[in-house]
Ligand binder design. Sequence first.
Ligand code: ADP
Ligand code: TZD
Length: 590
Amino acid sequence: MGTAEPQVATTSTTTDAQSPVTDGFHLVIDALKLNGIDTIFGLPGIPITDFTRMAQAAGMRVISFRHEQSAGNAAAIAGFMTQKPGICLTVSAPGFLNGLTALANATTNCFPMILVSGSSEREIVDLQQGDYEEMDQLAVAKPLCKAAFRVLHAEDIGVGIARAIRAAVSGRPGGVYLDLPAKLFAQTMDAQAGRKSLVKVVDPAPRQIPAQDAVQRALELLKSAKRPLIVLGKGAAYAQADADLRALVEKTGIPYLPMSMAKGLLPDTHAQCAAAARSYVLAEADVVMLVGARLNWLLSHGKGKTWGGKDPKAWGGQKFIQIDISAQEMDSNVGIDAPLVGDIGSCVCALLAGLGSNWAKPPADWLRAVAERKDKNLAKMAEALAKDPTPMNFHSALNVVRDIIKVNPDAILVNEGANALDFTRSIVDMYKPRKRLDVGTWGVMGIGMGFSVAAAVVSGLPVIAIEGDSAFGFSGMEVETICRYHLPVCVVIFNNNGVYRGTDVNPSGGPDVAPTVFVKGARYDKLMEAFGGVGVHATTPAELRKAMEQAICSRKPTLINAVIDETAGTESGRITSLNPTSGKRNKSNS
Ligand code: ADP
Ligand code: TZD
């Protein structure tokens, strides 16, 4: 890099009580620390390199990545796990853009994070005179996040950080962009005035108490139900109201369905868990209570055949109660009969209080019907898991992962891919809240290693990442990051030689392989060995089991290349139908 970096202001620090002046670098660090933020996920370069050094010197954990998208994903999931905004720090223009996908994804998933990016000279950017890494980042970020701020003066840093924190975690959580121009870092001001300018955010995510009449309406609707169902979403996982939520489910006796990242809020093996009877309960329930789950594509927009509707757009006739912190979420897809707007902790608490002591359990015939479906499907699953084909398929490999999680329920499971995602979600039971972290609302590939790093850093617990081979490729270079920080991450790549599968052929007969096909028999395990981690090539469930057990026990960075039958799986996993099929093709076929 030819350009000189801003000089470290060696004489000034707000942390040094003797020093008469402070600077932008230290004010940002002090403002974050004052608000209990002790970790930064980022990637250094102009104008933030010295900032990363100073943050580390000031006792912050600075986790440096190989690509900003992974740093951003790490920040986002740290936000989800801790309810504090995760911080991602990047350089200007390209670094900022690399982080932006993660910021947009965080916002889409309602994860609190702050993307802090250095930016170039305002005067030059605004006149478009061609500065180093020039870009109007604030304008670019605005439509992709919940809020975006820029700080121009050192004395405004305290307020800027406070606004960013509050915007990220209050109401519906989301991503916030904070633009810090290079010049800001170097600005100096009186140290005492600087200290006074900082803001400790009081009650950053205030409780939002639901109205009593809304609680009553919800309870009455629930009471009238013949076939009630509770759907738990990742908003419920985020809310950390675990004990009350469990009490609500158990006191009402209503079957519940966990969305992907809500798995484990109650153990998946709980008698009331209806995950194994998903299609039955969605189509049959007459009153559905959504707890921190949106009626988006993942729930077929609350209508159509999934919900017992006669055609793909038809309402199935059920009534909905929806608990959400965002009033605007109500009626977004179908009418909500009993909206319960507030934070999940307060709403669940109010519902519990209103249940009384003689709440009637749901009708026995409904519970029996759900249990029958569930038992039938679980028996079918057990049969599939008992097989031991050569080569391994998703079931035989995941049978191992299922056992490993069962004996290590505190381990965090990160999961991405198509088939690797869908099969893991349905086969691997989770036992504790917030242990399953995955592709979320967008079904985005590339979260794998960023989520794994953050999960290990934030929790100190072992992390198991179940990755499709394509999915892994999006963030694979971060295995170096995992090794560098000696993180207890065990990456398992379900290697079936391509995107979805490895069997496509080039329709033209030309020399290029098909667009979905990768190098056959790739040895991803060697990648981990290159950085001093443990690499294992596993071709049988026994080899996979041994390697995973050793990884958990040793806490050493491990990558297991689990060879899966390349014909296993389907295009796009469970969502094959979302692939457009040309009307032209249909006509000419018929
Ligand atoms: P899933 O994908 O698991 O179905 P979604 O991401 O669609 O879940 O929905 C999460 C919902 O939870 C969002 O609508 C969000 O507003 C809501 N939410 C997040 N945190 C809270 C909270 N603390 N209290 C109430 N609602 C929340
Ligand atoms: N790019 C991004 C950022 N997100 C995406 N979801 C995709 C592309 C499209 N995509 C999927 O939806 S799943 C997937 C891609 C590329 C990978 C599937 O292959 P895999 O998993 O090897 O990871 P399986 O188990 O072989 O299906």
